[in-house]
Design a protein around this ligand. Sequence first.
Ligand code: NAD
Length: 295
Amino acid sequence: MEKLGFIGLGIMGRPMCKNLLKAGYSPIVYDVNAAAVEDLVAAGATAGKNPADIAAQCEVIITMLPNSPHVRAVALGENGLIETAKPGAVVIDMSSIDPMESKAIGAALAEKGIEFMDAPVSGGEPKAIDGTLSVMVGGKKEIFDRYQGLLEKMAASVVLVGELGSGNIAKLANQMVVAINIAAVSEALCFAEKAGADPQRVYEAIRGGLAGSTVMDAKAPMMLARNYKPGFRIELHIKDLANVLNASRSVHTPVPLSAQLMEMMQFLASKGYEKEDHASIVKYYEAISGVELGK
Ligand code: NAD
């Protein structure tokens, strides 16, 4: 088995790395949070001193970090992977970041002969624990073919979308559809309430037709129960929409609905709801329509 490094042991990275341990890998791990490293060492991993220390010892390094600046720092910053990785080493970034940054970081690593793929995930913590994430990958086909089996140790679905950056483009497309869909459900249910029909019955009446969706079935019951426990937090969706707006501007593509969603989420953040599930988009609609669902 290849010598494997794993950097970023948060909500997602920790269970993902544990699944690689279970699959027989012996990862060398690093996180700025020492408690996260200790937890993985107790599970059988080895601690690395910093990204450069890991790159000096590993053929393949996985990163699972919050956003673009963290990936740039780990890959290209002081004590970064670029300082010691051998030509031919492969970095697989599984964080959700700006696809333009994936391309830029990949280009900088390529100058030293280091391969880079972007491989963000959807599925959240439960699927990270179960090893049933969906992974969307951007990169060279020959590198993908070599590491598809490794990614499948953490995932139920691993798809090569296209060249470097395509994984994060797919992830952002996913986040656009989800946010806009939650807003559509919120708008419709608040309208129903205000117009005098029971939104619970309206949901039951329309969920089997063309308006029904995975998002509707996941989020309408939460809205109607006033349950905003995350799930996926508003603050993470704000991060993803910021990457949507940045990437779409760089290719001059208007994204009017995503831009509108960003403004709705700024309202939610201003009210202190940023740690809540993104089902709380309905609170924006409740505020502007003067109704409350599930009361
Ligand atoms: P998290 O904040 O829980 O974990 C990130 C980890 O990176 C933390 O342990 C942090 O200490 C570490 N870190 C930060 N900077 C570092 C550095 N310079 N060097 C080493 N370690 C560093 O985040 P998460 O929920 O695990 O998410 C990781 C990525 O996966 C994000 O891009 C997120 O958008 C994406 N994602 C999250 C979910 C989810 O439901 N949580 C679902 C799908 C995708």
